[in-house]
Ligand binder design. Structure first.
Ligand code: ZN
Ligand code: ZN
Length: 473
């Protein structure tokens, strides 16, 4: 109920302004290109490199604009920024489209003389500056207090080939006690890119502002989030109807914090950290399938360090791991420390047995492996250096881990496992996360685990990845 009303308010402006007869930005673009000299943007990124590009506009639209606006006005609208101008010096960098909600005759939410459109605009300008400092190319859907329809905002972003679109708004509600930050995205894209963008913008802005979190909504049906062809989201930075939040929102320092969060979220979206999800001790009868189902649904690839005797026991599951594009490494044939680490030879013998079984059943000639208990553990102190030297000589690459669900211990709840993962990852740029695909709670929390790390791109381990390894004793 409540949410619905809040949303209705946001969309009202579009209805109110239908047929308002404002000059559409596409027409302005065409007008300026008729004028010739102005540094307008082109149809696509390729063309912006050089100079103004003529955009084909139906003749009758040109007549409308020449009738209603003189050339000087059209030119000044461009220079004052009725439409965005693009810096042209860093073509390699992603193009971000920021969309300050409302503008011109459409003020958005208005409370106590404070107009949403103006705050949106200031936040967008600040975020633009921060993103440009990071090297991004940034365009605004409006560069001054002008009305631009929601259709034209989306069209502009599509035509410019923007790589991300973030719409900036504030909320209002009849109950003044309601406050907090919420972000919307259209959850229909199969790759989940809009969701990742929304999660990052949402999470980073909460961090930078300390604002109360309301919700992250995956069912946005706004024109600017559904008609844009690139990952997009809409952030409601707070409620103008709440006194305390209104005081924050009109405060320049607070606006700075919002802009910082938005820019940081966008930056992390384009420059993610890397996480290698690794699963030891499988395949198992039930959990591995649960894990594989979630990975498939989330479009995430992981690395599985297999136990030979279980590969023999569950060959179908082992094959499924390979068929679904995950990487397979060797863990051991039998997970028995006292036998494995009795001597260099006993280790090598077990390893070879596991290697052969994995190759026979899955067809994979594994090049990477993980020591049971890690490369240095309580059971192998006297032999680990020799084993590592021999295995390295034979061309195998091992990976320890630098973060863990600590799920091997047993009885912990999914929530505890998630907390362990977060605490041990410590925001590192490169995380090798240890998990076990024979622990039920691990399968239960995997979905949340992936969602909890939107700032990470999930990759598989290869022999080219720089090793994460424990220090030798
Ligand atoms: Zn709004
Ligand atoms: Zn193990």
């Amino acid at each position: 109920m409540q949410k619905k009303k809040v949303r209705k308010n946001r969309e009202q402006w579009d209805e109110q302004l239908l047929g308002a007869g404002m000059i559409l930005f596409a027409v302005i673009v065409s007008m300026v290109s008729l004028l010739g000299k102005a540094p307008v943007f082109g149809e696509n990124k390729e063309e912006t490199k050089n100079q103004a590009v003529k955009i084909e506009v139906p003749k009758e639209r040109i007549e409308v604009i020449t009738k209603e606006t003189d050339k000087k006005t059209a030119k000044s609208m461009l220079y004052e920024g009725a439409v965005g101008k693009l810096e042209k010096d860093n073509e390699e960098e992603p193009l971000v489209m920021l969309d300050p909600g409302h503008g011109g005759v459409d003020g958005g939410c208005v409370k106590d003389g404070i107009k949403e459109k103006n705050i949106n605009f200031r936040i967008a300008l600040l975020a633009k500056g921060k993103l440009e400092e990071k090297g991004f190319r940034v365009l605004l859907t409006r560069e001054k207090d002008a009305y631009i329809s929601k259709e034209d905002r989306a069209k502009f972003a599509n035509r410019m080939g923007a790589d991300a679109f973030v719409s900036i708004h504030q909320n209002t509600f009849e109950d003044a006690s309601v406050f907090g930050l919420e972000t919307w995205y259209d959850g229909k894209d199969a790759e989940g890119e809009s969701q990742r963008l929304a999660r990052l913008v949402h999470g980073q802005t909460l961090l930078s502002t300390g604002a109360e979190e309301r919700e992250l909504h995956g069912d946005a049906d706004f024109h600017v989030t559904s008609s844009t062809q690139m990952p997009s989201c809409l952030i409601e930075t707070g409620f103008l109807s709440n006194r305390e939040e209104r005081d924050n929102l009109k405060d320049a320092q607070y606006q700075e914090k919002i802009a910082e969060g938005i820019a940081q979220g966008i930056d992390l979206y384009f420059h993610p950290k890397t996480m290698y999800l690794t699963f030891d001790d499988g395949p198992s009868e039930e959990c591995t399938d649960m894990v594989l189902n979630i990975l498939r649904e989330k479009n995430v690839k992981a690395t599985f360090f297999l136990i030979g005797e279980y590969v023999e026991k569950y060959p179908e599951v082992a094959r499924r791991i390979v068929e679904e594009g995950h990487t397979v490494g060797i863990h051991c044939y039998r997970h028995d420390y006292s036998v494995l680490y009795e001597s260099v030879d006993s280790y090598l013998e077990d390893f070879q047995k596991a290697y052969d079984v994995v190759e026979k059943i899955t067809g994979v000639k594994a090049k990477i492996f993980r020591f049971p208990g890690g490369s240095v553990n309580a059971y192998n102190k006297s032999v680990c250096e020799d084993i590592i030297r021999e295995m390295t000589c034979r061309g195998y690459v091992y990976f320890d881990w630098n973060a863990s669900l600590d799920d091997a211990a047993g009885a912990e709840s999914p929530e505890e496992l998630l907390a362990n993962a977060k605490a041990t990852a410590m925001g590192r740029k490169k995380v090798v996360m240890l998990a076990h695909d024979r622990v039920y709670n691990t399968a239960l929390c995997l979905d949340s685990l992936i969602l909890q790390f939107p700032e990470y791109r999930m990759e598989v381990l290869t022999t080219d990845v720089e090793q994460v390894k424990f220090a030798l004793p």
